[in-house]
Design a binder for this molecule. Structure first.
Ligand SMILES: NC(=O)c1ccc[n+]([C@@H]2O[C@H](COP(=O)([O-])OP(=O)(O)OC[C@H]3O[C@@H](n4cnc5c(N)ncnc54)[C@H](O)[C@@H]3O)[C@@H](O)[C@H]2O)c1
Length: 327
């Protein structure tokens, strides 16, 4: 299938993954089968495959700071989400025998993301932090995963082929031929609720931080580089457009200028990465891995504890996949 790098990782096929529980706060989604909830408005994602109902109904999660900024009024919290506790989430994860918890909460919901991470530690469930909010980068929480003997993958999921990966791969290409990046930017616009949320600078701060860290790991000084979400364009729906410009100095200080526009469908672009991350989290748990799974995180995340250029990240990732391969 296009975009699936490894149909099988360590004995697990893509279709070996199953939903066992789902949590949300949106009153339109709570109570729905999870396959229906993921395409229920205000979600802009387009359905690509017909999936049978799973029998797993979305349960109310604790609200914390999940809804804020431009999501106020767009997502109306289910009344129970103000009463349910994070300990109940941990108990539920343990009761259903969950192996991996994937956190896809809105950017800026630091308290909620960190609470779900702590619930995962309590339940002994591996955690994939798809958001930019610090979990692998929070020393106290990262240490809790180590002492709890629980695998952690994060922070901020890369898209399968998104703006960060294209940008960092191009920087590496230029540098490999001796060119120096003089100026660069990466502008992103989209029309889904992620972009609506990110159009509030207070909610977007984490995303700006993780994108800059990804560019720094690629080998440039990204301290002042504009790279982030740059606006909500409603009619784009789940389409996302990125505009990358790189100005570089080449031989005899001659100029090289790259201007690129890339358009992708945002939601499915996360799937190719998630099907890798979830299976690796499960395998890491089976191997008794405690804390950050560093060998894979530079490839799968924008802001891993140990960032690396593209070629290093993918080599370590492939080595890891080879090391867990089963006949
Ligand atoms: N291509 C991608 O989709 C992609 C790639 C990389 C990173 N990410 C990151 O993943 C995160 C989610 O992105 P998305 O596009 O799925 O966003 P989304 O807006 O489609 O979904 C966020 C969901 O979280 C729910 N929510 C809010 N507070 C909650 C709480 N306290 N408990 C449980 N659920 C809560 C919302 O109701 C909503 O259903 C963002 O941080 C985004 O930046 C997404």
């Amino acid at each position: 299938m296009n975009g699936i790098m490894y149909p099988r990782i360590g004995g697990y096929w893509v279709n070996d993954m199953r939903f066992v529980a789902a949590f949300d706060v949106d009153r339109r989604k709570v109570g729905l089968d999870v396959v229906k909830a993921i395409i229920t408005p205000p979600v802009a994602a387009v359905l690509h495959v017909d999936v049978e109902p799973t029998g797993v109904l979305v349960e109310p999660g604790p609200l914390f700071d999940g809804i804020g900024g431009n999501l106020d009024g767009v997502i109306e919290p289910h009344p129970t989400s103000r009463e349910v506790t994070i300990d109940q989430v941990a108990d539920r994860l343990a009761a259903v025998g969950a192996d991996v918890l994937v956190c896809l909460l809105p950017t800026g919901a630091t308290n909620a993301v960190q609470a779900y991470a702590r619930a995962a530690v309590k339940a002994g469930v591996a955690f994939v932090n798809a958001t930019p909010e610090p979990v692998a980068h929070d020393p106290e929480i990262a240490a809790a995963f180590v002492s709890g003997g629980v695998p952690l993958l994060g922070d901020d999921l890369r898209s399968h082929l998104g703006a960060t990966t294209l940008h960092t791969a191009l920087i590496e290409l230029l540098q490999s031929r001796g060119l120096a990046v003089v100026n660069t930017y990466q502008l992103n616009v989209g029309g889904n609720t992620d972009f609506l949320n990110l159009s509030d600078p207070r909610r977007a701060a984490g995303k700006v931080w993780t994108k800059r860290n990804a560019l720094s790991a690629a080998g440039i000084d990204a301290t002042t580089v504009s790279a982030g979400p740059n606006g909500f364009v409603e009619y784009l729906g789940d389409e996302k457009a990125c505009f990358i410009r790189i100005e570089a100095a080449s031989v005899l200080d001659s100029n090289l200028v790259l201007d690129i526009r890339m358009q992708v469908e945002d939601s499915p672009n996360a799937a190719g990465v998630l099907v890798n991350a979830v299976r690796i989290a499960k395998i890491a748990a089976e191997q008794g891995h405690a804390g950050s799974v560093d060998d894979v995180c530079a490839f799968l995340f924008k802001n891993p504890p140990e960032g690396a250029p593209e070629s290093v990240g993918i080599r370590k990732f492939r080595d890891y996949i080879d090391s867990v391969a089963r006949d």
